[in-house]
Design a protein around this ligand. Structure first.
Ligand code: DC
Length: 209
């Protein structure tokens, strides 16, 4: 069985998908983390991104492994590194490159192939698994999403975070390759005023229907 969860940054996708996966004893795959790994590998001097051709060629040198929601880039654990600001700020550019998407989408399909799997991302229901058994689109107000990210860190102001999220949403929703969309048959959940448990319950209720 495949459960697809899509939505913008900070809508709660990964937190919720992880919990639901635990309850159902499904494999959980955070596909955003895979785009983050390609980005991390391609940061020159740890700050500036390589050019598009170099990023595409890097796919031959990258080995991505996901083991129980831990992320290994060429056998090095990068759970913390992929969440750094500099990765968050550059990942949308990398995720817009067609060759990167093709490469990661095949990897995602391969990982999910023989498992009951819950995947979260931007294009899971539209591209990766258009025939998923269940499709959810999580959303929340920009203020709430920025607040959530603000509480997770101590480096950026709330306004800066709000602006970063707005930029990323814009980029992810308007790119040519697999933009973030809510497919017609997805169940939309606005998580702005709901607790993590409440959202999990809504999803589990749909799945058990
Ligand atoms: O969910 P996240 O913030 O970790 O995602 C990081 C970036 O990767 C996000 O800006 C959009 C991109 N992404 C994507 O294009 N497709 C996916 N399936 C998952 C993430």
């Amino acid at each position: 069985m495949i459960i697809a969860i899509d939505g913008p940054a900070g809508s709660g996708k990964s937190t919720i998908a992880k919990k639901v996966a635990e309850q159902l004893e499904f494999t959980f795959l955070d596909t955003g983390a895979m785009y983050r790994m390609v980005t991390l590998y391609n940061l020159v001097d740890s700050q500036k991104l390589e050019d598009e051709q170099t990023i595409i060629q890097s796919l031959n040198k990258i080995n991505i492994k996901v083991v129980k929601n831990h992320f290994y880039l060429n056998n090095q654990l990068v759970d913390k590194e992929i969440r750094m600001d500099k990765v968050s700020r550059n990942v949308s550019y990398v995720a817009a490159i067609k060759e990167v998407r093709n490469y990661l989408v095949s990897l995602q399909r391969e990982i999910a192939k023989n498992n009951n799997c819950i995947l979260d991302g931007r294009d899971i229901a539209s591209v990766v698994f258009p025939n998923a058994d269940y499709k959810f689109y999580l959303n929340a107000s920009i203020t709430e999403r920025a607040n959530r990210r603000f509480k997770e860190q101590d480096k950026q102001s709330l306004e800066e975070i709000k602006q970063d999220i707005k930029n990323r949403d814009m980029y992810d929703m308007t790119r040519k390759e697999s933009p973030l969309i809510k497919v017609a048959d997805a169940v939309e959940i606005d998580t702005s005023n709901l607790s993590i448990n409440q959202v999990c319950k809504l999803i589990l209720a749909e799945v058990k229907k």
